[in-house]
Design a protein around this ligand. Sequence first.
Ligand code: 5CA
Length: 433
Amino acid sequence: MKLSQYFVPTLREDPSDAQIISHRLMLRAGMIYQTCNGIYTWLPLGLRVLSKVEKIVAEEQDNAGCCRVLMPTIQPAKLWQESGRYDDYGKEMLRIRDRHDREMLYGPTHEEVITDVMRQFLKSYKQLPLNIYQISWKFRDEIRPRFGVMRGREFLMKDGYSFDVTKEDAVVAYKKVVLSYLKTFQRMGLKAIPISANSGAIGGNLSHEFHIMADTGESEVFYDCEYDTLHSDRIKFEDIERIYSAADEKHDASTCPVPAERLKVARGIEVGHVFHFGTKYSRSMGLSVIGSNGEPFYPEMGSYGIGVSRLVAAIIEANHDKNGIIWPTSVAPFLIGIMTTNWQDAQMAARAEELYHEMLKRGVDVLYDDRDERAGVKFADMDLVGIPYQIVVGAKSAEGMFEWKDRRTDERVYLTSEEVLNRVDKETEFLAK
Ligand code: 5CA
């Protein structure tokens, strides 16, 4: 992409109304625009990151054997009346009437819709287990939408729903999802910790939240582990169960088994939440299936959420410095940035152009800042929008040398164009793994 033809409305000044760093940086980097309170337009750069986060989430769901669907955003109230949640949900639910005066709503979550689908199609225990997921926009009329997309009213969520024959099978499904979430967040360069939680309005008896530790987190969490113990590829659910962790409402200092001096207390950003809730929805909505003994039974269910749009903000909270965002390469809007130190120098421009085309040929996400702007402005913008590797075509390019800058470490080396392309190949190979 050439920046002169692209749309990245960066801001020089900090927006006054944004309280946390990710919100400020998302606005300043031209990633989002607030259409109204808690509702955002995703601008090109923001959308690229959101799509990459979404893709990782989808890939890990697929790897865990989940099936992707897409349910409607608008739902009939009737389904929620059946489950008994229509009145309980209160003002957070955006209620709508259609032209026939039928009660509808903009979905805050989809337990009812998926249960309705499954009661149509599930007939026999032989069709189970199943785990069905989607990635779609939700609406919750939050009392206090804040911190940009961190707590929006409209937000993108991955929601998955499992269906099993027995409680034991459902717990197996639950554990599988928990492990796949660790992998999902790890691929985004995030250190997420599963925290034992209460399941609130969703209802249920086994529940974990996944938290990214950050001072700006909205929840207080208590835990006794090092992230690295959760990081291993060989981690098992039992390892997680052995760790003491509790969300605010579940922690009780008087009964906590961990000595106070060892217990970590931190602020966390909740990026995922999983629940096992048994037959709550299958029973109330009449989803019954014939078992191996010929008798009908209500399948055991769980639901599994990831805040996809919230993750974009959480990644920024965990990856920034005074100059701007530092994207982990797996979710960077562009892996490589190219610029010249003097936009009026035709030879520099020709060399930059050549590198740019070599990268396009390789299918690399590359942003070439070809604007007629001072070098200082370009340097600042590349850092602000967080491009992981920046190639500066300056005076030395006449001798075939290009500056390669690493956004995270600020290391700079001079490389030949061949070396530049070798590094790019290595990075893309790494990303493809
Ligand atoms: N039905 C279940 C899981 S499928 C559910 O709705 N769970 S939830 O309420 O915990 O939401 C799942 C995730 O969505 C949360 O962990 C959080 O990361 C994200 N989320 C929830 N509310 C918001 C919001 N207002 N803005 C941004 N993300 C949100």
